[in-house]
Design a protein around this ligand. Sequence first.
Ligand code: SAM
Length: 266
Amino acid sequence: MAELVRITSLQNALVKHARSLDRRKERKESGQFIAEGVKVIATARDRGWTPDTLFVADSEGKAGMVPSLIDWARQAGAQCVSINDKLAEALSARDNPQALIGVFRQRWASLPAKPTKDEVWVALEEIRDPGNLGTIIRTIDAVGAQGVILIGTCCDPFARDAVRASMGSIFSVPLILTTRIDFLTWCSGWPGEIVATHLKTATDYRRTYPAPTLLVMGSEGPGLSDELARTASCRVRIPMANDAADSLNLAVATGVMLYEIQRTRL
Ligand code: SAM
């Protein structure tokens, strides 16, 4: 493996730029985001992504899969640089800085023109919490659903906490950002069932869901808006013992729903 360019200063332009990607504004302007960890970078490679920049930390920089990932990234045209552990700490969002930290270009998809028979999509209205969003992306990947539709003002799926919670699934699950109006128009052409989860319904969620299915989930705070709830062909509720809790966490409720929808297919 050829020597990597060495960076030791926090003032280096590549380092400054990577750190700036903690801010949503910078991510939006550059169209980039950060993903870290050897396994996560390997997932990116396996799913056809290439980093623009790959930072290789000293501590574990030569162990395990790292050399082959550096070779791959270089051949794919990434700028690969070596950093000391102090810089790795500054670049990493974790307590134990990762051996590999990549700067990637965001990808966004469009609303599917013609969903096929087996498709399951998850629509999230104004989701706020990046950890919830990353967890939902990971679950969508796990159950083999098609992707996530973000409606209205949502948190950023490319925020560090979302990328981290997705555990690499950010590289597998198509992400769509749309307005409420465009979503409602698109829904009118949806060929299958539109299932909304709602706390104010008596219909139990345990049943068969004929595909294609569009699952619509509400926001963490206010829940699902009346407008979106009305669009659904059915509204279901996940029972809670004695209704002691106000509701389930959004990511948990989405997971429960997706496993029920996919029950016969998994
Ligand atoms: N106070 C909000 C409300 O009244 O809807 C709670 C929102 S909850 C944290 C976020 C979303 O998770 C809800 O809009 C719904 O989509 C889903 N959810 C949470 N618990 C649920 C349950 N028991 N049954 C069905 N959906 C649920």
